[in-house]
Write a protein that binds this ligand. Structure first.
Ligand SMILES: [Zn+2]
Length: 147
């Protein structure tokens, strides 16, 4: 961890911690907490990109298998269709999560992070620390999921 503290010598970037809202009764963000969130988002984005690559490589394999499937046991074909559906929903999931992480990261960079995109209220620090990709407050999220 020696390299982590060299930033004391760098010109200090203006603190963004104050521009991110917290929910009522929560402590203000600290620079460290903000930095953790930023790292978490970037790690999420990298992880999702890898997951999509893996899922798409898997899909390509399955499609290839599928084209020379003449004369195969129907049970085999059935299970590879099932596999393909699974791979597809994995890839789709990863894509959704990637989009969400990218959106959260954009909001972060533009200084709008932590504001519910639906109602404009603070999302709340507690929620964001558990779920840095959140772009909606709990209330709006639940309303959306009930639709
Ligand atoms: Zn909301």
């Amino acid at each position: 961890m020696a390299s982590a503290r060299t930033r004391d010598n760098e010109p200090k970037a203006p603190s963004r911690a104050n521009s991110f809202p917290v929910a009522e009764g929560e402590d203000p963000w600290t620079d460290e907490e903000i930095e953790d969130i930023r790292k978490e988002l970037l790690a999420d984005i990298a992880r999702m990109e890898r997951a999509i690559e893996v899922a798409e490589a898997g899909l390509a394999d399955l499609f290839e298998e599928g084209t020379d499937g003449a004369g195969r046991d129907p049970a085999d074909v059935g299970s590879s269709n099932f596999e393909r559906d699974q791979e597809m929903s994995l890839a789709q999931n990863a894509r959704d999560m990637l989009e969400q992480a990218q959106l959260a990261h954009r909001m972060f960079e533009s200084g709008n992070y932590g504001v519910c995109e639906s109602c404009g209220q603070p999302i709340g620090k507690d929620r964001l620390q558990v779920f840095p990709r959140a772009t909606m407050c709990v209330t709006c999220k639940q309303r959306e999921e009930r639709r």
